[in-house]
Write a protein that binds this ligand. Structure first.
Ligand SMILES: [Fe+2]
Length: 210
């Protein structure tokens, strides 16, 4: 693997699979797919106010190998708000004001942002990226078919998985299996996350309201 970022991500996937039993299969899928990832054509880079306000500081204070990956790729990524199809719904409008994500490896047309952001690398097998969630923002409960792993780079926040809420900070890794409902609420600080969907990268997340 000649590309320095892809090589670093491959080493990271192998190491994470070795460190966490539940990540063995997800990280094997990611590592395997990385061998078929190709660079995307260079595109106009996009940003959002929450990114301009918090990205530099969260990158600087971020800890762990996921932070190293984020610092490596951040200069080449573009950012957008997800879920344009939910615009006009109050909780989603509130979220989208303070929540940005950046596709790093994904499809040429980024469906989650309605094409507003473009990935740095192309794959139809995995979807890898970063999330920047500003302070006091709730990402409502949602589900998706994709098996998802998150790594917290910076910021301590409240996380829901199934019916359970817990509080986590930098260095935490989460696995959300297919169909498991999850949510995240930030407190007084922003959080920067690295994520990977290792199956079903084209699936559409669905917000769950009871
Ligand atoms: Fe998710």
């Amino acid at each position: 693997m000649d590309d320095p970022f892809l090589a670093a991500l491959h080493r990271f996937a192998m190491a994470e699979g070795g460190d966490h039993f539940e990540l063995v299969r997800p990280m094997a899928l990611l590592a395997d797919a990385l061998g078929r990832v190709v660079p995307a054509p260079e595109q106009r880079r996009t940003t959002l106010p929450v990114v301009d306000e918090h990205l530099a500081a969260t990158l600087e204070t971020g800890v762990g190998p996921a932070a190293d990956l984020a610092r490596m790729i951040a200069p080449r990524t573009s950012w957008a708000a997800p879920y344009p199809e939910y615009a006009g719904e109050p909780d989603m409008d509130a979220m989208r004001l303070g929540y940005a994500y950046s596709p790093v490896i994904g499809a040429a047309y980024d469906a989650v942002s309605g094409g507003a952001a473009t990935p740095a690398y192309l794959s139809d097998e995995v979807f890898v990226g970063m999330v920047l969630q500003g302070p006091g923002i709730t990402y409502p409960p949602h589900v998706h078919k994709a098996v998802e792993v998150y790594w917290v780079i910076a910021g301590t926040a409240d996380w829901q998985k199934g019916d359970e809420w817990s509080t986590h900070g930098p260095g935490t890794a989460f696995l959300h299996d297919t169909g498991v409902r999850h949510a995240t609420t930030t407190r007084s600080e922003p959080q920067l996350l690295f994520f990977a969907w290792v199956t079903d990268p084209g699936c559409a997340p669905v917000i769950v309201r009871l």
